[in-house]
Design a protein around this ligand. Structure first.
Ligand code: NAP
Length: 307
């Protein structure tokens, strides 16, 4: 049986952590770094931001399993006929749902304004807004989006959703640009959980941000490419009250970015849903074991759609 290889442009400690967790979850299969494997024998690679040239040098490679949920770089860099499986880990979705709820509550309770008041030594009690009076629009109703919707609804928020295809749901779901306009124009807080694809690039731009009602808030936990930063900065001067940003087109966010010290922006270092190496390794191990036993690939990324 050929070894399972791990490869990625990550630091040595992170690579070692993945190999240790995968080895623990797959006691019956050897897991080694790509550098220690026979390139002629590798059929599957577990990857974290891999060097595409290293994968192309594996003549028998059948598929790759990403340990991350977002796969836009793999989609852009790997040959179209190489199947990509991305991480779908219920623990990752749970953590994202927790983050969405936490930062939605941050905006609903007016914490950015109270922080500014404290800095100015101002004692001023703002009106309380109950969650039931706050509409949250969630863009993307996949594993992350639907978990976030469940957490928000359980906390009492009114929730609207937007996805590429319509789906049966017990909350209002919109599709298409008309649907996006309906959602944005009704949302006090918009949460982006869309994957990064050609269709979602700059989906949050001057026009779509202009649909938001005055005082609305924005949470971007999907990908930085979805948001036009110039349009965001203009919207913060007019409609938007605050933006919580966890993802940026270039990470780490460059020191010169005006976002760092903008009083209406919270910058987070891509931490809304960090991968849990242990639960993720278990998910990857289950997929690998099933494939070895049945020859069936888990659900793969649709290379035309880009997610
Ligand atoms: P997913 O299960 O593939 O769901 C994607 C959702 O987006 C689906 O509902 C899909 O619609 C919708 N969508 C895609 N393209 C669209 C378009 N053009 N217009 C409207 N809706 C569109 O993905 P996921 O697991 O929920 O993850 C979503 C993203 O979260 C990832 O791609 C990643 O970028 C990001 N993420 C961020 C972090 C972090 O720490 N910040 C962590 C994990 C993931 P359909 O339902 O119709 O297919």
């Amino acid at each position: 049986m050929s070894a399972i290889v791990f490869t990625g442009r990550v630091c040595d400690a992170e690579a070692q952590a993945w190999i240790a967790a995968l080895s623990a979850a797959l006691p019956d299969m050897p897991v080694v770094p790509l550098s220690a494997a026979d390139p002629q024998a590798v059929e599957v690679a577990v990857v974290a931001n891999p060097d595409p040239a290293l994968l192309q040098a594996l003549p028998r490679l059948k598929w790759v399993h990403s340990v991350w949920a977002g796969v836009e770089r793999l989609v852009a860099e790997l040959p179209v006929d190489l199947p990509i499986v991305r991480l779908v880990d219920p623990e990752l979705s749970r953590v994202m749902g927790e983050a969405v709820l936490a930062w939605t509550l941050y905006l609903q309770r007016g914490m950015p304004a109270y922080a500014r008041q404290q800095a100015a030594r101002q004692w001023h009690q703002r009106p309380y807004r109950a969650p039931s009076a706050v509409t949250v629009g969630v863009l993307g109703l996949g594993y992350m989006g639907l978990t976030a919707v469940a957490r928000l609804r359980a906390a009492g928020f009114r929730v609207l959703g937007w996805s590429r295809t319509s789906k049966p749901a017990d909350f209002e779901v919109f599709t298409g640009m008309d649907g996006l306009q309906s959602l944005m124009s009704q949302s006090d807080i918009v949460v982006n959980l869309l994957p990064s694809t050609p269709d979602t690039r700059r989906i949050l731009n001057a026009e779509t941000l202009g649909w938001l009602p005055p005082g609305a808030g924005l949470i971007n936990f999907g990908r930085g490419a979805a948001l036009d930063i110039t349009a965001l900065l203009q919207a913060l001067d007019h409609t938007l009250s605050h933006a919580v940003l966890d993802v940026f087109e270039s990470e780490p966010l460059e020191a010169a970015s005006p976002l760092w010290c903008h009083p209406q922006v919270t910058v987070l270092p891509h931490i809304s849903a960090p991968t849990n190496v242990h639960t993720a390794a278990q998910v990857v191990a289950d997929n690998l074991r099933r494939w070895r036993m049945t020859g069936e690939l888990p659900l793969t990324v649709n290379r035309t759609r880009g997610y």
